[in-house]
Ligand binder design. Structure first.
Ligand code: SAM
Ligand code: DTB
Ligand code: SF4
Length: 335
């Protein structure tokens, strides 16, 4: 295939090539499959073109995660060390107190994060627990940080309370394709997840929704996952693409890892299909070289989790991340 210049690509994009910049909600699986099948240089070129239309390619949004309630979860997500269905080395703990959480948020801000994300291992929050979470959200906002929580399924009144507390983002992932989903989780349905996403959207909270790759799914499942995300009535503002972190004791431990180039492809296709969304190079960076991460950033990822821990598993040290951004001539996005 001959090399395509950016100008000729933009004006003469062959049919089947994504038109850079257009936000579409009618992606077909065939179109998405065709993107995955592109030669790597063509795919990256398209992703870069779309990315540069919408974002400064040198800027990366950085968020710090904190598990505010760890383990003992009644759901059976096969990837998750926090499910009580599996024997892992994780120690369960109850909901943290508000002051301790706010001290962690202040430290994250001092280290350079612009968003603080709090995760709880719940199927859904109890109303009394939501009082404390709302106080956490208010405190995080008062520090001048963006706030995000991930608490499981929500009812409309619960979403309304979070919105009133000032919540900016709610994370709730579709995780994989509708077909593969049943192999991974039996305790709640794909439709349950879609319902929560609609509830969050209706409450006026920004949606953070993505999935996990490297769980033993096939290419068609990665196609189906991006398709499900890109055909939502509104694209999620934030799209985390996680690479499975294998944790001993979970059913997915010991599986064959994903070819890193297939991970990069997933990022690139997500970028093309959701041009205005922040695509997050999410879990799994601890098992990636700096060069793989650089490829992900070239493929259109423009946010990362920042800090030595994700929820329960390790993430690269802050100084390694800052050094990588500096080596790449990139910088953290200001609020
Ligand atoms: N319990 C809530 C829920 O599931 O909606 C919130 C916390 S849950 C840990 C948030 C997300 O983390 C999951 O939806 C999943 O996509 C991701 N996750 C969990 N364990 C993971 C792992 N081992 N590797 C990669 N991503 C993981
Ligand atoms: C998301 O998509 N990834 C983050 C965040 N949303 C909450 C969580 C990753 C968790 C990885 C496994 C762990 O550390 O427990
Ligand atoms: Fe529970 Fe969330 Fe883990 Fe599933 S992913 S087991 S819902 S904490």
């Amino acid at each position: 295939m001959s090399v395509v210049s950016i100008d000729s690509f933009v004006s003469n994009a062959p049919s089947g090539f994504a038109q850079p910049g257009a936000v579409r909600h009618d992606w077909s699986r065939d179109e998405i499959r065709a993107l995955f099948a592109l030669p790597f240089p063509e795919l990256i070129f398209q992703a870069q073109t779309v990315h540069r239309r919408n974002f400064d390619p040198t800027q990366v949004q950085i968020s710090t995660l904190l598990s505010i309630k760890t383990g003992g979860c009644p759901e059976d997500c096969a990837y998750c060390p926090q499910s009580s269905a599996y024997e892992t080395e994780l120690k369960a703990s109850k909901l943290m107190d508000v002051d301790t959480v706010l001290a962690e948020a202040a430290a994250a801000k001092a280290a350079g994060a612009s968003r603080f994300c709090m995760g709880a291992a719940w199927r859904s929050p109890k109303d009394r627990d939501l009082d404390a979470v709302c106080a956490m959200v208010e405190g995080v906002k008062a520090m001048g940080l963006e706030s995000c929580v991930t608490l499981g399924m929500l009812t409309p009144p619960q979403a309304g309370r979070l919105k009133d507390a000032g919540l900016d983002y709610y994370n709730h992932n579709l995780d994989t394709s509708p077909e593969f989903y049943g192999e991974i989780i039996s305790t709640r349905t794909y439709q349950d997840r879609l319902d929560t996403l609609e509830t969050v959207r209706d409450a006026g909270i920004n949606v953070c929704c993505g999935g996990i790759v490297g769980m033993g799914e096939g290419l068609e499942d990665r196609v189906g996952m991006v398709h499900a995300l890109a055909t939502l009535p509104s694209h999620p503002e934030s799209v985390p693409i996680n690479m499975l972190v294998q944790v001993e004791g979970t059913p997915l431990a010991g599986g064959q890892g994903l070819d890193r180039l297939d991970f990069v492809r997933t990022i690139a296709v997500a970028r093309i299909c959701m041009p205005e969304s922040m695509v997050r190079l999410s879990a799994g960076r601890e098992d990636m070289t700096d060069e793989t991460q650089a490829l992900c950033l070239l493929a259109g990822a423009n946010s990362i989790f920042y800090g030595p821990k994700l929820l329960t598993t390790p993430n690269p040290a802050q100084d390694r991340d800052m050094a990588l951004l500096e080596r790449l001539g990139m910088s953290p996005m200001a609020l």
